[in-house]
Design a protein around this ligand. Structure first.
Ligand code: GTP
Ligand code: ZN
Length: 429
């Protein structure tokens, strides 16, 4: 077990920690002042700020036993439901060109990372130092070992080259098992530490997500005790150390709705500070190096379970991914047919577009669309990137140099039937 110092091993020390405040009777009129100055060590004792920052500092390095120290790398986990703006946040963090050398780990569902890459995120004038794509499936179970190994390798192969890691989880992943992975895995635990979990919410759709409970969500792990009226979005909010209420431009000045949003989120997470943003515009210092687990991580690492209420992992089995690959489109006319005859009927089903597209009896719903569309215009190659969240989609100019010979579409949603969607596409190709 890495010998990360545990705050619990510290004894209160008068000259170091200064005077303990006299017994607090609770009648003091400067009670808030007193509480602001003292912090508990997670147990009963109180320690000074200086000591806390020293412990946090020590948490950032691990003593290798031969007197040398290895700097541990902070990891910020970025979670949030499908299409909330996680990648947009990554982009904004990069564009702020911070002095940190940042590695990005993507754990996207639906193997859509090259679509993400087609909108290459640039860190200043270069892409992020490292870009580790953990591919399909969720880190919490199917990919765990692969994921841990890949992260360990990345950290080991670039000593000194990376001083911060951002991990974007897939939109439908429960963040707890991913965070736990950094605690429970011996190797990871000594080379990285969790600085905080940031949850990005789509202000326009988050209440719909929270209301979308279903008896079909299932739990990974034994002794499922947690009641079933929870969704992934609940856990993503509950685990947050910072909450970004993104897409505020979609709400306008609907203060009524904002109040309902505020109270719903506060019900789930009453402590994490939250920020309203548009296209994830927020300054780095609110998100990085927050040492959200500085105190707990220095408590005896073995009892990290109390941080994640060792509960089973939630999976919503109604969700699935449909990925289509097809030849480049021939010119603007076919591209127009693709939009009018395929994409819109699929996404605008609720607006009366023909909803007999999918034969299954379920109430199917596309929640996330990502596409890389290549159009051959008389020898000219045009690349479009499609980014959609439920019924709205953006078409962005892609990088014509992207290495892709065929179009690629990824739909993530409920009860999607690949054969039906493919048939609709065939009608227009
Ligand atoms: N109107 C509006 N659109 C936004 C905002 N932030 C992001 N978007 C758009 O929403 C879409 C999804 O944004 P992403 O950053 O890809 O979302 P994501 O959370 O990474 O999506 P997944 O990785 O699929 O879960 C993109 O088309 C963005 O341009 C915002 O504040 N307002
Ligand atoms: Zn899983």
């Amino acid at each position: 077990m890495s010998n990360v110092p545990a705050l619990k091993n510290y004894k209160f020390d008068r000259e170091e920690d200064g005077e303990l405040p006299t017994l607090v009777t609770g009648q003091e009129d400067n009670l808030n002042e007193i509480f602001k100055q003292v912090k508990s060590d997670g147990g009963t004792r109180i320690v000074s700020d200086a000591k806390i920052s020293r412990v946090n500092k020590q948490n950032e390095t691990v003593d290798l036993g031969d007197g040398s120290h290895k700097k541990r790398i902070p990891v910020t986990i970025i979670t949030g439901y499908l299409g909330s703006g996680k990648s947009t946040l990554l982009e904004k963090i990069a564009l702020q060109g911070s002095d940190k050398k940042i590695a990005v780990i993507l754990n996207e569902f639906g193997d859509s990372s090259e679509i993400e890459k087609a909108m290459t995120i640039r860190n200043g004038d270069a892409a992020y130092e490292e870009w580790l794509d953990l591919g399909n499936g969720c880190l919490c179970c199917s990919l765990k070992n692969v994921g841990v190994k890949a992260i360990e390798d990345m950290v080991d192969r670039s000593p000194g080259k990376i001083d911060y890691i951002l991990l974007e989880t897939s939109g439908i992943a429960d963040p707890a098992p991913i965070a736990k992975m950094f605690w429970q895995d011996e190797g990871l635990n000594s080379s990285v530490y969790i600085d905080g979990i940031i949850t990005v919410l789509d202000s326009e759709h988050i209440l719909k997500c929270l209301d979308d409970v279903s008896e079909e969500t299932h739990w990974h792990g034994e002794n499922v005790t947690v009641e079933n009226n929870l969704t992934i979005a609940h856990f993503q909010i509950a685990m947050a150390d910072r909450i970004i209420l993104n897409k505020i431009d979609k709400i306008g000045d609907n203060s009524e709705y904002l109040r309902s949003l505020d109270s719903r989120i506060r019900e789930i997470n009453s402590v994490a500070p939250f920020y309203f943003t548009k296209f994830a515009e927020i300054s780095l210092d609110k998100l990085l190096d927050i040492h959200a687990y500085g105190m707990e991580i220095s408590l005896d690492n073995n009892d990290s379970s109390n941080l994640w209420e060792d509960r089973p992992t939630l999976h919503d089995s109604r969700m699935n991914t449909v990925m289509l690959k097809f030849r480049p489109l021939k010119g603007e006319i076919e591209y127009g047919r693709f939009l009018k005859g395929f994409l819109r009927p699929l996404l605008w089903k609720n607006f009366g577009a023909s909803d007999n597209i999918q034969k299954n009896q379920h109430d199917w719903e596309i929640q996330r669309t990502k596409g890389l569309i290549i159009i051959n215009n008389e020898g000219e190659r045009d690349v479009k990137v499609i980014q959609g969240v439920r019924d709205t989609y953006d078409i962005l100019q892609g990088d014509p140099k992207v290495e892709a010979e065929e179009c690629k579409l990824v739909f993530i949603g409920k009860y999607l039937v690949k054969a039906d969607i493919e048939k609709l596409l065939k009608n227009i190709l």
